[in-house]
Design a protein around this ligand. Structure first.
Ligand code: FES
Ligand code: FES
Length: 956
C-alpha cells in the first residue's frame, strides 16, 4: 500500500474453538475476515459484510454475534466458537448438526453455519425453547432457500430430545425415501467450499485480487484517461484490465444474441455495469478509491421504464442498433377466435397488473477465481488452458461462453463449480467468470474476485418487471371460453434470458385451465435498467398474478365458489393446451384442488367467524382466504434440453466395491447431489450408500444441461436412470446371467472386494480386485445414459409441444390484514403439488417451503430499485417470522416419461403463492391489488381510496 498510513499492528490473543490463537494486524479489521483469511475457518460465511444477513454468526463468549461487525480488537481474552467447533473431537456431529441433516434443514447451506450458531446460542441458555423462542433466536439470520420451517423443526427436535438420524435406504428403495442429503454433513460442519472459500493450488499469497470499477450512471459514454499515474502511485496495482484486453468482448445466454461486454467499451447501459478491473494485491485494490481511477463519463438520456424506452425508440434512440424499436423479442400464442368468443361470452372480466424488479438475494455473493494451467491438445502438443472455480448453475454454458470470450477452443476451458450459496436462476448468467478469466489469461497469474453485496445486487440479473393487461371470459355455466393477454417485460440493458421469458409467458398465460380461444402476446423491452434474467419461473409468476385475479373475478361474477370454479375448468388428461398440445397423462390439478377442499372450507369458516367478532368489537383486523393454481412446463423453452450422465463400478482398498456417478446436474441447493444418486443406485440395484460422485466439473462430467427450469429431476434423472440400467445390464451379463434372469429378479450386493449376484439359489460373485488389476483405471465397468425430452418447436402462432410434461399445483393462503396499518400477516399456507413422483419427499417439501417463502416476498415486500436498495437492509426478504406454518400435500400423478414418474418442483413451488395471497387480501378487505409488492403503504392507500369511493357513492 501507499498514499496512507499503515494501521497500527496489534496482537490479539483469544480462544477459537477451544484453542489459544493469536491474530496479529489491524485491530479494527472484521473478526469474520480474520477467521476466514487468517485462520482458514471458512465455515463462517459472508453474505453482506454489514450485519444484515447473519451468515457470519459465531459465538463470542457463548453469545451469538455477527462477526462481520465485530472488530478483532474486541475479542482479546475472549472465546470464539465457529461452526467448525460444533462437532466432537472425533468428528461426530452434535445433536443440532444431526437434526439439521435429518430434517433437511440445509439446502444450499450458505446460511447453515449462521443458523446453527444462532440455534446453539439459544440452546445453551435455554435447552427447551418453544417454537416462538426458536424463531426469535433465528430472526437475525436470513435464508433464501428453505422457508425456515425445517430449520425450526430441527431445532425443536433437539429441544425435545427427539433427534433421530435418517436410516440409509436399502438397495432398490432409495427412490421415494426420505434419504438425508448426501452433502448435508459438509454443510453442517462448514467444510463445503463456496465460491469465496477456496484459493488455487498456488496458495492465497500468489493470487491476485480483482476489484471492478462499475458505472455510477444508467447510461453514459466514457473515456478512460492515462492510467500511468494511478499505477505509479500504487505499486501493488499489477494491471488495470479494460475492454481492449478482452479478445471477444461480448457474451450472452444465447450465442446468437451476444450483446453484453465483459468490460464496457466506451458506453455503459445500466448502473453497475463493469468498466475497468483493478488487479493487484488485495489491500491495494481495496484501497484505491473509484474517484482516483481516471474515467470521464458523459451521461446520456436514460430510459429506465418500458414506456420511456418505447417512446425513445420512436425518436430513433435505440439501446442497441440491432433493436431499433427497443424490443428484444416478442412471444405469441394464438388459438381459436378470441374476439368472437369474448363478444359472445356470458361473463367477461378485464384487469391490468404491474410487477417490479425482484432481486434473487441469494445469500452467497458471486465469487471465484481463474488460473492458467498446463494442458495438451488432441495431438499431445502443449496448450495452456484456463481453469475457473466459481459459483454457477450451468458449467457447460459457462465453458462455451468463456471460450468465446477468450477466443479459444471450449476444451481449453475447465469449469470447476464451487458449492453454490443459492442461485434461483441468477447464477445462470456469467458474473465473475469472464472477468477473472480475461485477467488470468492476460497476466498468466491466478486472479480472484469476490463481490461485495452491493456489487452483487447492482450487477446481477433480476426478475422482469411486467406491465400486463388481460381479459378472460366464461359462459353461463362457468366454463372458460376465452383468454386475451398482452404483457410487456422490462428486460433491461442486455438480452440475458429475455427471450425465454417472452416465450414462456404466452404458453402459460391462461393458467392450467381448458380454454379454447386464446391470444397471448408478449414483448421483452430493452431499457437502461438492471438486466432482467431468469428467476424461478421465467415470467410465469408475474403472469399468474394477473391470471388468477381474473379467475377469482370470473368465479365471483358467475356466483361460483373459487375452488370449484377452478376445479371445473382445470386441465385433465386428454385436454388440449393453448399451444395445441394434448396432455396424455400426469395432469394432477384436480387432485391438488381436491386435497385442499377441507382446508378451504375450514379456513374460510374460521375467517368468517373471526371477521364477525372483529367487526363487532370494531377491531381493525380482518382475515381472508385466497386460492390460486398454476402449471409449469418442465424444462427449457425453445432451446434444446438434453442431459447425459455417466456411472461406473469402482473398487479401491480403502472403500471396497462401490458405484461412482459422474453427475453433471449441478447442485444449487435443490438436491441433485442426492436425488441423482438415489435414482442411479436404484437403477443399478445397489444401495444409495454405495454411491460416490463428482459434480459439475466439465473435465469429468458430461453435459447434463443447466440447473434451471425445474428440469434436472425429470431430464437428468432419466439420464441417471439410463446410466444405472446400462451399468446393471453389464454387471448381470459379466456375472453370466441372462437378461431374462434379470427380468425375473437378480439381486446384487457389494461385499468388500466382491460383487455378489443371486438369482434364486444361484449365487455368483465377481472379484473386483482382480477386475481392477486387469482394468488399470478406476472405472471397472462404465455406462452412460442420455435423455432429451420429446418436444415440437412452436410455429408462428405458438402451436407445438413446448414441454414434454408439466407440473401442477394449487395453494391456499390464509391472511390477516390490519386495515389501519395496511400490514398483511400470513397465518397459514396450504400447498398441493402434483410432482409426478416425489423421489425424495423431504427434498420436495423443502423446495415447496422455499418457493412459498419467495412467493411471500414477491407478494408483500420485495422491490429492487437500482441505487436505492442495493443491500439486505433496504431490500427486504422474508425472515423466519414472515413464513407461517405450511401444510404440504404431495400429489403423485405419475408422468410416464419421468423417472419413476417424477416431474419437477423447483419453480412450481413459488408460482401460486403470491396470487393466493393477493386473492386472500381481497377476501379480507374487498380490495383488488393490481400491483406487487403489496407494501403496507400501498395497501393502506388502496383501503383509504376505497373508503373515499364508498363515501362518494353514498352521497351520489
Ligand atoms: S456477513 Fe455478517 S451479517 Fe451478513
Ligand atoms: S439454505 Fe439457507 S440460504 Fe440456502
Amino acid at each position: 500500500m501507499t498514499g496512507r498510513d499503515l494501521p497500527e499492528v496489534h496482537v490479539v490473543r483469544l480462544g477459537v474453538n477451544g484453542a489459544a490463537r493469536e491474530l496479529a494486524g489491524d485491530p479494527t479489521r472484521r473478526l469474520s475476515d480474520a477467521l476466514r483469511d487468517e485462520l482458514g475457518l471458512t465455515g463462517t460465511k459472508i453474505g453482506c459484510h454489514a450485519g444484515d444477513c447473519g451468515a457470519c454468526t459465531v459465538l463470542l463468549d457463548g453469545e451469538q454475534v455477527c462477526s462481520c461487525i465485530v472488530a478483532v480488537g474486541q475479542c482479546g481474552g475472549r472465546s470464539v466458537t465457529t461452526v467448525e467447533g460444533l462437532a466432537a473431537a472425533d468428528g461426530s456431529l452434535s445433536p443440532l448438526q444431526r437434526a439439521f441433516v435429518a430434517h433437511g434443514a440445509a439446502q444450499c447451506g450458505i446460511c447453515t453455519p449462521g443458523m446453527l450458531m444462532s440455534a446453539e446460542s439459544l440452546l445453551c441458555r435455554n435447552p427447551r425453547p418453544s417454537a416462538a423462542e426458536i424463531e426469535d433466536a433465528l430472526a437475525g439470520v436470513l435464508c433464501r432457500c428453505t422457508g425456515y420451517r425445517k430449520i425450526v423443526e430441527a431445532v425443536l427436535a433437539v429441544a425435545n430430545g427427539e433427534v433421530v438420524d435418517v436410516a440409509a435406504p436399502e438397495a432398490g428403495r432409495a427412490v421415494g425415501s426420505r434419504a438425508a442429503r448426501l452433502d448435508a454433513p459438509a454443510k453442517v460442519t462448514g467444510v463445503e467450499r463456496f465460491g469465496a472459500d477456496a484459493w488455487p493450488a498456488a496458495g492465497a499469497t500468489a493470487v491476485l485480487a480483482m476489484r471492478v470499477i462499475r458505472s455510477p450512471h444508467a447510461h453514459a459514454s466514457f473515456e478512460v484517461g492515462d492510467l500511468r499515474e494511478l499505477k505509479a502511485r500504487w505499486p501493488g496495482l499489477v494491471d488495470v484490465v479494460g475492454a481492449a484486453d478482452v479478445p471477444h468482448n461480448a457474451f450472452a445466454i444465447f450465442p446468437d444474441l451476444r450483446d453484453q461486454p465483459v468490460l464496457a467499451d466506451g458506453i455503459v447501459r445500466f448502473r453497475g455495469e463493469a468498466v475497468l478491473a483493478l488487479v493487484g494485491d488485495a489491500a491495494t485494490v481495496a484501497a484505491i478509491a473509484d474517484a482516483d481511477v481516471p474515467i470521464r463519463y458523459r451521461p446520456l438520456a436514460a430510459t429506465a421504464s418500458m414506456p420511456a424506452a418505447l417512446a425513445a425508440a420512436d425518436r430513433g434512440a435505440a439501446l442497441h442498433a440491432r433493436y431499433p424499436d427497443n424490443v428484444l423479442c416478442r412471444g405469441r400464442v394464438a388459438r381459436g377466435d378470441v374476439d368472437a368468443a369474448l363478444a359472445g361470452a356470458a361473463v367477461t372480466v378485464t384487469a391490468t397488473f404491474t410487477t417490479r424488479h425482484v432481486e434473487h438475494a441469494y445469500i452467497e455473493p458471486e465469487a471465484g477465481y481463474a488460473e492458467v494451467v498446463a494442458g495438451r491438445d488432441a495431438g499431445g502438443a502443449s496448450r495452456k488452458r484456463v481453469r475457473i472455480f466459481a459459483c454457477t448453475q450451468t458449467p457447460y454454458m459457462d465453458r462455451d461462453e468463456i471460450a468465446s470470450v477468450l477466443q479459444i477452443e471450449p476444451e481449453r476451458v475447465h469449469i470447476v463449480p464451487s458449492a453454490i450459496g443459492g442461485g434461483f436462476g441468477g447464477k445462470l448468467d456469467l458474473s465473475v467468470q469472464p472477468l477473472v478469466a480475461v485477467a488470468a489469461w492476460k497476466l498468466g497469474r491466478p486472479v480472484r474476485l469476490v463481490y461485495e453485496r452491493p456489487e452483487s445486487m447492482q450487477s446481477s440479473t433480476k426478475r422482469h418487471p411486467a406491465e400486463m393487461r388481460a381479459s378472460a371470459a366464461c359462459d353461463a355455466a362457468g366454463r372458460l371460453v376465452a383468454f386475451d393477454f398482452a404483457g410487456d417485460f422490462n428486460t433491461g440493458a442486455y438480452s440475458s434470458w429475455g427471450p425465454t421469458v417472452a416465450n414462456r409467458v404466452p404458453i402459460h398465460a391462461t393458467g392450467p385451465y381448458r380454454v379454447l380461444h386464446v391470444r397471448a402476446l408478449t414483448r421483452a423491452v430493452l431499457t437502461n435498467d438492471s438486466i432482467a434474467g431468469a428467476f424461478r419461473g421465467f415470467g410465469v409468476p408475474q403472469s399468474t398474478l394477473l391470471g388468477e385475479l381474473l379467475i377469482d373475478e370470473l368465479a365471483a361474477r358467475s356466483g361460483q365458489d373459487a375452488l370449484e370454479f377452478r376445479h371445473r375448468n382445470a386441465l385433465v388428461a386428454g385436454d388440449t393446451t393453448p399451444t395445441g398440445q394434448t396432455l396424455a397423462a400426469s395432469v394432477g390439478l384436480q387432485a391438488c384442488l381436491a386435497a385442499l377442499r377441507p382446508a378451504w372450507a375450514s379456513a374460510r369458516e374460521a375467517a368468517s367467524s373471526f371477521n364477525a367478532r372483529a367487526e363487532a368489537s370494531e377491531s381493525a383486523l380482518r382475515r381472508g382466504v385466497g386460492i390460486a393454481c398454476m402449471w409449469y412446463g418442465i424444462g427449457n423453452t425453445v432451446i434444446a434440453n438434453p442431459s447425459t450422465m455417466r456411472g461406473a463400478l469402482r473398487w479401491n482398498a480403502a472403500r471396497g466395491g462401490h458405484l461412482f456417478l459422474y453427475n453433471g446436474a449441478q447442485e444449487i441447493g435443490q438436491g441433485t447431489a442426492t436425488v441423482m444418486p438415489q435414482m442411479f443406485a436404484d437403477a443399478v440395484g445397489l444401495p444409495l450408500a454405495a454411491v460416490e460422485q463428482v459434480m459439475g466439473d466439465t473435465d469429468l462430467t458430461a453435459d447434463a444441461g443447466k440447473s434451471s427450469a425445474s428440469r434436472q429431476t425429470f431430464v437428468s434423472g432419466n439420464a441417471a436412470r439410463a446410466a444405472g440400467r446400462e451399468l446393471r445390464r453389464q454387471l448381470v451379463e459379466r456375472l453370466g446371467f441372462a437378461a431374462a434372469d434379470d427380468e425375473a429378479g437378480v439381486a446384487l450386493a457389494l461385499d468388500g472386494h466382491r460383487l455378489v449376484a443371486r438369482h434364486g439359489d444361484d449365487e455368483r460373485a465377481l472379484d473386483l480386485r482382480a477386475l481392477a488389476a486387469a482394468t488399470g483405471g478406476p472405472d471397472l465397468l462404465a455406462a452412460s445414459g442420455h435423455f432429451n425430452p420429446p418436444t415440437v418447436p412452436l410455429d408462428a402462432d405458438g402451436q407445438g409441444v413446448p414441454y414434454a410434461t408439466y407440473g401442477f399445483a394449487a395453494q391456499i393462503a390464509e391472511v390477516e390484514v390490519d386495515l389501519e396499518l395496511g400490514t398483511v400477516k400470513l397465518l397459514h399456507i396450504h400447498a398441493a403439488h402434483d410432482v409426478g413422483r416425489a423421489i425424495n419427499p423431504t427434498q420436495v417439501e423443502g423446495q415447496i417451503h422455499g418457493g412459498i417463502a419467495q412467493g411471500i416476498g414477491m407478494a408483500l415486500m420485495e422491490e429492487y430499485v437500482n441505487g436505492k436498495t442495493d443491500n439486505l437492509h433496504d431490500y427486504l426478504i422474508p425472515t423466519v417470522g414472515d413464513v407461517p406454518p405450511i401444510t404440504v400435500h404431495l400429489i403423485e400423478d405419475p408422468e410416464p416419461l419421468g423417472p419413476w414418474g417424477a416431474k419437477g418442483v423447483g419453480e412450481p413451488a413459488l408460482v401460486a403463492t403470491a396470487p393466493a395471497i393477493l386473492n386472500a387480501i381481497h377476501a379480507a378487505t374487498g380490495i383488488r391489488m393490481r400491483e406487487v409488492p403489496v407494501t403496507p403503504s400501498r395497501l393502506r392507500a388502496a383501503i383509504a381510496a376505497a373508503a373515499r369511493e364508498s363515501r362518494a357513492d353514498k352521497t351520489r
